[in-house]
Design a protein around this ligand. Structure first.
Ligand code: GLN
Length: 309
């Protein structure tokens, strides 16, 4: 077994001169204010050990990584029926693209592009007031991370509510095809709050550990989903978790992963560990530039890959 702390320390040391690379997301005004000179990483192994480097304890806006947690909730609620509302194919398009929606009659390609995530949120809202749906997600994520200090950054949620024109367009478009059941403002109110979840790399790696451990969190003993469902969520992260950068991420890193425009990446080495990396500067397709490099280095140095050793 490799010395994981030594691996993380070496990655952090080698990447330190590059911290600040990429461009922070500026289409959400509140995210544009983030200091790009930050980098953190955390690994939690299925035998309950935690390894950290850099700003691993600094909370950041997890943005689209929240789509993994909302998808888990939606599958728990409606099971395979979810796939009537959203597909399971990689889009090859940008995270906020609208083009395929018209060809596919308001059914988004997958649950991780914005349109798909908005439809998933609509599913979770059934029978709830919007505030209750936000509460349900927050409770779920706190339970997963075993940490009551996880919060939602209201400023980020408000900032996106004021400027999320594309998401309003996507939601209205799907509503026209009857693939959104609730008022668009309510659905987006919940969606923007889920994206505004604020978590550190360590909290994120702990929260996602169930996906590395056959659906149960070995640190808390909490059983979250069946082993089969964990495998399937991982399959979706591998094929769709990085939007039009998913193929590249699979090629370079070789692990299921989900990115967010806050600069976070969550990844899973099935049976071994869950991982979170964060650096706010993004590459051209909106994924953390250094986060992806760090994960590539980690995978290379540990031999972790879903494609063989
Ligand atoms: N809240 C962001 C949006 O809807 C999430 C996008 C992302 O993280 N890729 O635009």
């Amino acid at each position: 077994m490799v010395d994981l702390q030594a691996v993380l320390d070496s990655i952090y040391k080698e990447l330190t001169p590059r911290i600040g690379e990429g461009k922070v997301a500026d289409y959400i005004p509140e995210l544009a204010k983030i200091d790009p000179n930050q980098f953190g990483m955390a690994v939690v192994t299925v035998d309950g050990k935690v390894y950290r480097a850099g700003d691993a304890d600094v909370p950041f806006s997890i943005q689209s990584i929240s789509k993994v947690f909302m998808l888990t909730l939606a599958l728990g609620k409606v099971g395979e029926g979810l796939w009537k509302r959203v597909g399971r194919e990689p889009s090859g398009s940008a995270f906020n693209s609208i083009v395929q929606l018209e060809h596919e009659h308001g059914i988004p390609r997958n649950p991780f592009i914005n349109a798909g995530a908005i439809a998933v949120t609509d599913v979770v809202m059934a029978g709830h007031a919007p505030r209750e749906a936000i509460g349900e997600l927050l409770r779920f994520v706190r339970y997963l991370a075993d940490d009551e200090s996880v919060t939602i950054d209201e400023k980020v949620a408000r900032s996106e509510t004021q400027t999320g024109y594309r998401n309003f367009a996507l939601a209205n478009f799907m509503r026209a095809y009857k693939n959104i059941d609730h008022p668009v403002e309510h659905v987006l109110g919940v969606y923007f709050h889920q994206c505004a979840l604020s978590m550190s790399c360590e909290q994120l790696a702990r929260a996602g550990l169930f996906l590395a451990a056959r659906g149960s969190n070995p640190m808390t003993g909490h059983s979250v989903v069946s082993p089969k469902r964990a495998r399937r969520i991982n399959a979706l992260m591998l094929t769709c978790g990085h939007y039009d950068g998913s193929g590249d991420f699979a090629y370079h890193v070789g692990l299921p992963g989900k990115s967010g425009v806050g600069g976070g990446i969550f990844a899973v080495a099935p049976g071994v560990a869950s991982i979170a990396a964060w650096s706010p500067g993004l590459n051209k397709v909106g994924n953390s530039q250094l986060g992806a490099v760090a994960l590539e280095m980690l995978a290379a140095r540990t031999g972790w890959s879903v494609f063989g050793d």
